[in-house]
Ligand binder design. Structure first.
Ligand SMILES: NC(=O)c1ccc[n+]([C@@H]2O[C@H](COP(=O)([O-])OP(=O)(O)OC[C@H]3O[C@@H](n4cnc5c(N)ncnc54)[C@H](OP(=O)(O)O)[C@@H]3O)[C@@H](O)[C@H]2O)c1
Length: 309
């Protein structure tokens, strides 16, 4: 009897249960810049990278939290750990972080964009962007773009976008990126930010072809982190009393990110989406390349970057 195969759109269910790939490749001396590394997925990633002997550069918004993590990791693994402060709801701060990274690090081997949030209500940044769209998409877009030259100089180098199966929630309306005309729905706002990031990931990958710099996106598993804790008491109660039991230890996210960052067999792979370490087809709206070119242009414009020649 032929084996039943899930439709592409549902393969993430199977991939969630699949045995994930790992690597023992060393990252000794490699400079790895990781945003959102004070908590959850990003924290798990830097712990794994530190175990692989990498030089860690944390890009974080909270200096006290970052310093505590820095001390813990340095104490445990004896690797260099530096901190660059930037709140991703402020694109000026992201620019300053990119400037200091370009100035202070002649080598950057890996950039992992993990900072992110999910909000059930619409808020806006001081620049007037819907906050989730800014933190999850515009800020990492800007940081990545501003570090491209350094990454190219340091090739082979790798960029990894911590994205989400949540891109399947949809919500990306190019005429209403700031949710001014629609009623905000948290999951769709989150989905919109993640679709925008995926669409620009393919654009980055095209521009980086032949440069030795790869860029991939990944879903870090469904893991127990602080995501969502910024929301109301009912949401938090449900998260911690119902959803929590279905979630896994974020150690799996760190292990997967380490694989994508370090595995020799990943060196030439670019422009793909991974469920942890399994290559997976994203949802159709995240594969609309025509829309992707528009999202690229809009992201350039909104982050104040000069358009491509
Ligand atoms: N957890 C999951 O199951 C899951 C599933 C799919 C995708 N993801 C993705 O994984 C990534 C990390 O999330 P997580 O689950 O690890 O959540 P988390 O534990 O809440 O960690 C989020 C990280 O992002 C940082 N961050 C949030 N807002 C920021 C801002 N305005 N500026 C700078 N940094 C900011 C946080 O800093 P503070 O420590 O200062 O708050 C923290 O370091 C996100 O992109 C999320 O979409 C997670």
């Amino acid at each position: 009897m032929a084996k039943f195969r899930l439709p592409d759109e549902l393969l993430f269910i199977e991939n969630r249960r699949a045995i994930q790939k790992t690597t023992t490749a060393s990252m000794a001396g490699k400079v790895c810049v990781v945003s959102g590394s004070t908590s959850g997925v990003g924290l798990s990633a830097i712990k794994r990278l530190a175990r692989g002997n990498a030089h860690i550069v944390m890009v974080c918004r909270n200096p006290v939290k970052a310093e505590n993590v820095r001390r813990e990791i340095m104490g445990q693994y004896n690797v260099p750990v530096d901190i660059v402060i930037a709140d991703f709801s402020d694109l000026g701060a992201v620019r300053r972080a990119a400037d200091s990274l370009s100035r202070d690090y002649p080598r950057i081997d890996v950039l992992i964009n993990s900072a992110g949030l999910h909000s059930t209500s619409r808020t806006t940044t001081n620049d007037g962007f819907e906050t989730v769209f800014c933190v999850n998409h515009l800020a990492p877009f800007l940081l990545t773009y501003l570090l491209l030259q350094r990454l190219r100089e340091c090739a082979p180098a790798r960029i990894i976008q911590v994205n989400s199966e949540g891109h399947r929630f949809g919500g990306l309306d190019l005429g209403d990126l700031n949710w001014e005309r629609r009623r905000y729905a948290g999951l769709r706002g989150y989905g919109a930010s993640k679709i925008a990031q995926l669409l620009t990931t393919w654009e980055f990958a095209d521009r980086l072809k032949g440069s030795g710099v790869s860029i991939n996106a990944m879903h870090p598993g469904d893991v127990r982190t602080n995501i969502g804790n910024n929301n109301g008491p009912l949401y938090r109660w449900f998260l911690h009393n119902v959803t929590w039991h279905t979630l896994k230890d974020p150690v799996i996210s760190g292990e997967a990110l380490y694989y994508l960052a370090a595995a020799p067999e990943m060196a030439e792979v670019s422009g793909r989406f991974f469920h942890l370490t399994i290559d997976e087809k994203p949802a159709a709206p995240a594969l609309d390349r025509e829309k992707g070119r528009k999202v690229w242009d809009l992201s350039m414009q909104l982050t104040g970057l000069t358009p491509d020649p």
